[in-house]
Design a binder for this molecule. Sequence first.
Ligand code: KIV
Ligand code: ZN
Length: 517
Amino acid sequence: MTTDTNRIRIFDTTLRDGEQSPGVALNHTQKLEIAHQLARMGVDVIEAGFPIASPGDLEGVSRIAREVRGPIITGLARAARPDIEAAAKAVESAEKPRIHTFIATSPIHMAKKLQLEPDAVVERAIQAVTYARSFVDDVEFSAEDATRSDTAFLIRIFRAAVEAGATTINIPDTVGYTTPEEIRALFAEIRAALPAHVILSAHCHDDLGMAVANSVAAAQGGARQIECTINGIGERAGNASLEELVMAFHTRRDHYGFETGIRTRELYRASRMVSRLSGMPVQPNKAIVGDNAFAHESGIHQDGVIKARETYEIMNAELVGREAAVLVMGKHSGRAAFRKALNDLGYTDLTDDKVQHLFGRFKDLADRKGQIYADDLRALVEARSDVPQTFTLEGFQITSGMNMTPVAFVRLQTPDGAVEATAHGDGPVEAAFQAINRITGLNPELESYRIQAVTKGGDALGEVSIGARHGETTLHGSGVATDVVEASARAWVRIHNMVVAGMGTERRQGEFAPGRI
Ligand code: KIV
Ligand code: ZN
């Protein structure tokens, strides 16, 4: 039974701390897509960004505040008036707005980074919370680097913040330094020192690989909100992983007795979405969402699982949205079966037009590949284009081999009709990219290139994810096909379409670079 005392609120910061992962930059459409998935999954709070960082960040948070219903929407603000004003503006149209303000409290941060005396830090915290409360009723206050701060000082600043109106107090392990025993004791001490109505929150980083264990221990010490990210992405080694925390609480509720409000069947979809849009792969052996998390390789294990799953599985793959039953479709499958398969995989929100378009791609794929599995279908849906199609790939031919220069011939559909070009490059993919550049007249700079098999086997679909730079913007695009050059060309064309649609993300630098928060 869920009661107020055993309910853990899940505060997702994928779009803020997660976006601070090196190399990750999400545009507004991508952020909105993730925010909708977080809401579908039932998170309690979405930290949608850091609005003072740039006008683009502010607009990104505002769009989520306007369009996403259900969770509390918050924006991060340093303990400074311009930051708080930007956060207040960004969340003003949210159904449930929150401002999250923070200042560092450890001796090293106060002396070296802020160059402020502890008294001045307390004063800044009081002013920040008071000012934030003049905009919203729900204010969270964080003491950055709390786990390396003096506990008596923490209690002093937290009491002052609560008196000024903070309703949630967050105790971050900013540099991933603490241990489960220490953080549990810290939370218990702070819990005893603050009024009962104040929610305590944990925010743990993974520098020593203990972010999830530390978050769970914090809950045992009194935390009732946990800050985490999908796939554990975030600054440096990342944050506590949402899916691991939620499944630890769920699977071991006999031991911990905590409940979250998360619809666990949405976890896998969220993980794939974040990996695809952020361009950050999930390691195969990652708990809950990694490719191997439910795979049994050794004969002894396989034998055991066939006889009784529970021999080697502590949770069902279905429970986290990964079906164990293999779904196979082929070129004879009709539209109704196709729609039903999509529904079964959780894609219930697709319009008829989108399903129609996907059905065409499904038939093409079935012609080439024969049997289509659940992961193939997911890849098709997730590769659907949310970018206006100024250019579409119509065909290509590559000549490549040892001791010869690869040459690509590419045909794109453009606003002026079909256009063809030929180019050479260092490899077949580069040649295809050069030919595409010739047709579009654009010249984005390739920054990262990643390829992975979406399914297993020789005829697996390959997914190519590309990071590129165009002027002052960063772009990420992906393409899926059974042929890796085709997947690459699709991803590259998508980048060009994003350039034309102005969908890049501004590159952050200087004062608001993530590391400077
Ligand atoms: O790690 C940290 O301390 C943070 C705070 C800004 C909450 O991300
Ligand atoms: Zn953090």
